[in-house]
Design a protein around this ligand. Structure first.
Ligand code: ADP
Length: 686
């Protein structure tokens, strides 16, 4: 099977999708919002850098294979896989409601009734996943996303296992997140995947009902001891039925643990429902929908039979994506229509990853690197590169700007998750850093815990506790490192930056000499590129300059790729600097509606709130960059690796008119993030 040429792979992505801002980041991947041009549907694009993956590449192969085999109403759907020589793009069902984790912390904890709604969906997903022979092995609220109908979708199958002899066969690899890991896993014993998943579901259930973890400690060994003893405290608000269920799920001895089958009609699950959990798929892979086929056949100008045959190949290419997205539209009562001016038939670019569910093909990858395209740089540079709500690269089929459906480019409003019951995120007192252990430690520990995992179908690895061992104390990330002593000045005069940039942008427009057109064009393209980088973030600017140092041609290529013509280049820069699209350059804070991830303050002056937060960040060893009223915050580990990233944005609520802080986790351990942001906000005394 030939390796797909790298640039073709990237082109394939841009040919079929518009790619917008980063919406999440995991151990290996960066996830961006996208839009499938032909159907107009939003998608999530998971971008995995093969180089960063190294030996873990088979994990991605495993995740892709698993997701191709899984089609269920509570499992995130895979639509399309694109492989280049350096990257893998997984196009996924987009879940705009964010992580269940954020939902829990927004509400502090959930009622038993609401928990039951979610937990029935979790049990449904797991019963299905297990029925297909998989154990998930990384169940936690961060891996459950909320879709636009407030339904849960299970994600992140990178640590899943499908034992060759069936799920009853024992596994050895210790993996997952320590706080959710079953005792038999952390002891390094052989274990049954489904039993370990039930334990994690017990921890998850506890977290939903209590807003904190049943087993938690900054000291790893103490944490393991607690898990191995199975000791946790039941808070007084738990009903006797809940206490019983938790006890049945978090049994140290796996054989005494309740099974997923038993959970389906467990009295606790049945309460208020009077029916067992429905776990069978409502989206069987074998069923082909007539309406979708008809629409595709019309578009491709072929017979319905040919269209059906093409879809049934399940190549996870544009055909699969189009079919599944059309089906998704239909299921939500939207018209089963494709854009008439877009053709599907020039589709198949057959990557080695485009194999049907039964394929035995191994993931194919080559040694040669991509030519560095601007698009690739944007997509995969450290996730601190891009400003949210600014499309990374928008391209209509006509090469112009804007969305394929003619709608405006996404604004912040588009990105706001569906309205949850609005509640403030309660800010508790500062979380003391116990025994000198900072959030960095915990995050590092988690990352370490995820290293060398999931070789279940590949090779049996270390099974002792070592992978969860506590790392050496980190050197606190220094704010000086980035020379941010002037941050406060930047804060109070955001418009100055904007003016400088706009002035730069406007200059090339006055160019007149035709003979110097070519060199001017190059200069403008280069400048435009620099301005773009500036506009996106100062962090990325330094990175890009470093890259420029590695060779001129690479940069020219990037510039040329993005700005195919002078006009387009200027257009693009002007678009990027349009105040409505560039939050960072606005004069005042954004006015937003209350959302679940917004904390209200008691203050009326946004600058004061911003200054208070800014003065706290260095104290907490938090690195940050500032764009207007948005702070992109990061913590770093021992070797400067970003361990946690999140945004804090000072904004003004529309009703009631108060200053608020919007927060969003982009990377890192969810609980560490929770404590850290609580700490920042409470210490800032806002
Ligand atoms: P990794 O495999 O590297 O851990 P994940 O698959 O967990 O990456 O994705 C990282 C984050 O990206 C998630 O925690 C979530 O916030 C976001 N994300 C992932 N998939 C989607 C999706 N389908 N829709 C919306 N956000 C997503």
């Amino acid at each position: 099977m030939p390796v797909e040429r790298s640039d073709r792979g990237v082109d394939e992505l841009y040919k079929y999708y518009e790619v917008y801002e980063t919406i999440g980041s995991g151990g290996f991947a960066k996830v961006k919002l996208g839009q499938h041009i032909l159907t107009g549907e939003k998608v999530a694009i998971k971008i995995i850098d093969k180089k960063e993956l190294g030996d873990d590449l088979p994990r991605v192969k495993l995740e892709i294979d698993a997701m191709k085999n899984l089609s269920h109403q509570h499992v995130c759907r895979l639509y399309h896989v694109i492989e280049t020589s350096s990257r893998i793009y997984m196009v996924l069902e987009y879940c705009p409601g964010g992580e269940l984790f954020d939902y829990i912390i927004a509400k502090d904890r959930l009622s038993e009734e609401e928990t039951r709604v979610f937990f029935r969906q979790i049990v449904s997903a797991l019963a299905y996943v297990h029925s297909q022979g998989y154990a998930h092995r990384d169940l936690k609220p961060e891996n459950l996303l909320i879709d636009e109908d407030r339904n849960l979708k299970l994600i992140d199958f990178g640590l899943c296992a499908k034992p060759k002899g069936g799920l009853g066969y024992e596994l050895m690899t210790c993996c997952g997140s320590p706080a959710y890991a079953a005792p038999e896993l952390i002891q390094g014993r052989a274990y049954i995947g489904s039993e370990a998943d039930v334990w994690s579901m017990g921890v998850l259930l506890f977290a939903l009902l209590c807003g904190y973890l049943p087993f938690d400690d900054d000291n790893c060994m103490i944490l393991y001891r607690k898990i191995m003893r199975g000791q946790y405290d039941n808070p007084p608000w738990l009903s006797p039925g809940t206490v019983l269920l938790l006890n049945q799920m978090m049994q140290v001895e796996p054989k005494r643990r309740v099974t997923v089958r038993q959970l389906l009609d467990h009295p606790w699950m049945m309460k208020d429902y009077n029916s067992p959990v429905e776990w069978h798929t409502k989206q069987p892979l074998g069923h082909i929908d007539d309406d979708c086929i008809t629409e595709m056949a019309v578009n491709m100008k072929c017979s319905r039979k040919s269209a059906t045959q093409l879809v049934k190949e399940w190549r996870y290419d544009q055909t699969t994506a189009t079919y599944l997205l059309l089906l998704y539209k239909k299921q939500r009562g939207k018209p089963v229509r494709l854009r008439p001016d877009q053709l599907l038939c020039d589709t198949p670019v057959r990557s080695p990853l485009h194999q049907g569910p039964q394929s035995k093909q191994v993931l194919h990858y080559s040694e040669d690197e991509d030519a560095v395209l601007m698009g690739s740089v944007d997509l995969c540079s450290d996730y601190d590169d891009d400003g949210p709500w600014v499309p990374v690269r928008q391209r209509t089929p006509q090469g112009g700007r804007g969305r394929p459906d003619g709608a405006a480019n996404p604004t912040h409003k588009d990105m706001i998750p569906p309205s949850y019951p609005v509640e403030n995120w309660r800010v508790r007192g500062p979380t003391p850093e116990k025994e000198g252990i900072t959030p960095h430690h915990r995050q590092e520990r988690r990352e370490k815990g995820r290293t060398n995992e999931n070789k279940e179908n590949i090779a049996v690895l270390d099974k002792d506790l070592e992978i969860f061992a506590l790392p050496a104390p980190p050197t606190p990330a220094s704010n000086k490192k980035n020379g941010r002593s002037n941050n406060k000045n930047v804060l109070t005069t955001p418009t100055q930056i904007a003016n400088t940039r706009v002035a730069k942008t406007v200059t090339p427009k006055g160019s007149g000499s035709a003979s110097k057109e070519l060199s001017r064009k190059k200069a403008v393209e280069k400048e435009a590129l620099e301005i773009q980088i500036l506009a996106f973030s100062p962090e990325r600017r330094s990175r890009s300059l470093d890259m420029a140092g590695t060779g001129d041609s690479g940069q020219k290529k990037r510039a040329g790729k993005v700005f195919g013509s002078l006009e387009r280049g200027l257009d693009k820069v002007i678009t990027m600097l349009t105040p409505s699209k560039k939050r960072g350059l606005r004069d005042g804070p954004r006015r937003i509606k209350a959302q679940y991830n917004v904390t209200l303050t008691s203050q009326t002056n946004p600058d004061q709130v911003l200054n208070q937060i800014l003065s706290i960040l260095p104290e907490k060893h938090i690195d940050f960059t500032q764009k207007g009223y948005t702070l992109k915050c990061r913590t770093r580990g021992d070797f400067g690796k970003v361990t946690m990233a999140f945004e804090l944005e000072v904004c003004v609520l529309q009703r009631p008119e108060v200053v608020a802080v919007r927060r969003q986790r982009l990377k890192g351990d969810a609980w560490v993030y929770k404590h850290l942001v609580e700490d920042i906000l409470s210490t800032s005394s806002i």
